[in-house]
Design a protein around this ligand. Sequence first.
Ligand code: ATP
Ligand code: MG
Length: 243
Amino acid sequence: MKLSLQNVVKRFGTHTVIDRASLELDGVHCLALIGPSGGGKSTLLRIIAGLEYPNEGRVELNGRAIEYDDEALLRHRRSIGTVFQAFNLFPHLTAFQNIVLPLEKVHGRTKAEARELAEGTLRRFQLLDHAYKKPAELSGGQRQRVAIARAIAIKPQVVLLDEPTSALDPEMTAEVLELIEELKGEGRDLILVTHEMGFARRLADQVALLANGTIAEIGPPEQIFGAPKSEVTKGFLSRVLKY
Ligand SMILES: Nc1ncnc2c1ncn2[C@@H]1O[C@H](COP(=O)(O)OP(=O)(O)OP(=O)(O)O)[C@@H](O)[C@H]1O
Ligand SMILES: [Mg+2]
């Protein structure tokens, strides 16, 4: 994937949450965004997803600038898969319907196509046995796997994940991390916000540390975790790796 951020600024009221963030990446398959709470990771991911607009600056994904008019945004959102922190499944629908419905309503697939895609994806993730359960009847790990299945049912080239394991216990975390690793293995490009430093280290080819709305440091995991250059990175890692 190719990703370019050029002086991206996002303000909420008078609060500048993203403060001239810039980066240029090419040929990257997994970008991990790490950094302290409130640093702007989710906001930046939502901007890349086209769910939030920047006040200033420019974002390009795979050579195409994100344009902030309704039609272009909708096209952009449809072209990528997104999985956010809190499971955003429809509570009144079964796992199967949760996948089928957006395929029909958002992506314009016929009912038959949508059902076939949903079934194939659920089978792949060993979720067929749970297809007719509603979210409340699934474990946290299963729920998050359904959310990921839904995001990738359209086979997007780029998948954005915001702390996909933050609500899970260690065993379920492992289950979901395995699935994410598989996505990378099958050639999808990932942008991943994560608190799992070990996972970021193993999976990412570039790691960006975001603090106070700016990219304090970006580089391969060996640099960020092995020989960080920025004091901000050093401070952050010494805090999170302490326990
Ligand atoms: N819709 C909003 N309105 C006002 N302020 C917001 C909004 N969304 C985020 N913020 C603020 O922007 C800052 C960055 O938030 P963001 O969610 O991007 O951080 P984060 O790095 O994802 O943190 P965490 O690791 O806790 O998820 C925070 O100070 C937050 O309070
Ligand atoms: Mg966040």
